[in-house]
Design a protein around this ligand. Structure first.
Ligand SMILES: [Cu+2]
Length: 165
């Protein structure tokens, strides 16, 4: 339910804050490029979201299966998608669901964005505003089952209403 509420208010807030332009950090490893990591932490909601684009320059698919943030200012990070549902009156609506992983085909870019697949930052802790930077560790699996990580550091947005600045 909280997720649904967040979805409804999100487009308004996103339009005001062009955060993607602020963090053009690009980190590459194993022919995978992680770019434009952006967090969306609002004042009220218990959970936040993060968006990023991930390019797979390999000849084989790679799968994002886990994201961990340090310092641990969130209870956990979930991989989410939106699916269309129909209510008892036949009205369609979008709902967020947790998914176990996200596959990126060879030569393709996975865009995590509002209204699409995204990272859900579950349970924002009070310590969030005390941090200067956060490190997102993205864990990938190749189709050979071999795994690798890519870590991306981004600043904590202090001028958000949540942090009172
Ligand atoms: Cu979500």
């Amino acid at each position: 339910m909280r997720c649904l509420l967040f979805l409804l208010i999100f487009p308004v807030i996103f339009a005001k804050v062009p955060t993607a332009a602020l963090f053009p950090t690009k980190v590459e490893a194993q022919n995978v490029v992680v770019k434009y990591l952006t967090t969306k932490i609002l004042n009220g909601p218990k959970n936040g979201a993060a968006y990023v684009s991930i390019y797979n320059g390999n000849q084989f698919p790679v799968t994002l299966y886990k994201v961990k943030v340090t310092p641990e200012v969130f209870d956990r990070v979930e991989l989410h998608d939106h699916i269309e549902r129909t209510d008892v009156n036949g009205n369609k609506y979008m709902e967020m669901i947790e998914i176990p992983e996200m596959e990126i085909a060879p030569g393709q870019t996975l865009f995590l964005a509002p209204g699409s697949k995204h990272l859900m930052l579950m349970g924002i802790k009070p310590t969030y505003c005390g941090e200067k930077t956060l490190t997102f560790k993205f864990s990938f699996r190749k189709n050979s089952r071999e795994t690798f990580d890519i870590s991306v550091e981004i600043p904590v947005v202090k001028d958000s209403p949540r942090c009172g600045e």
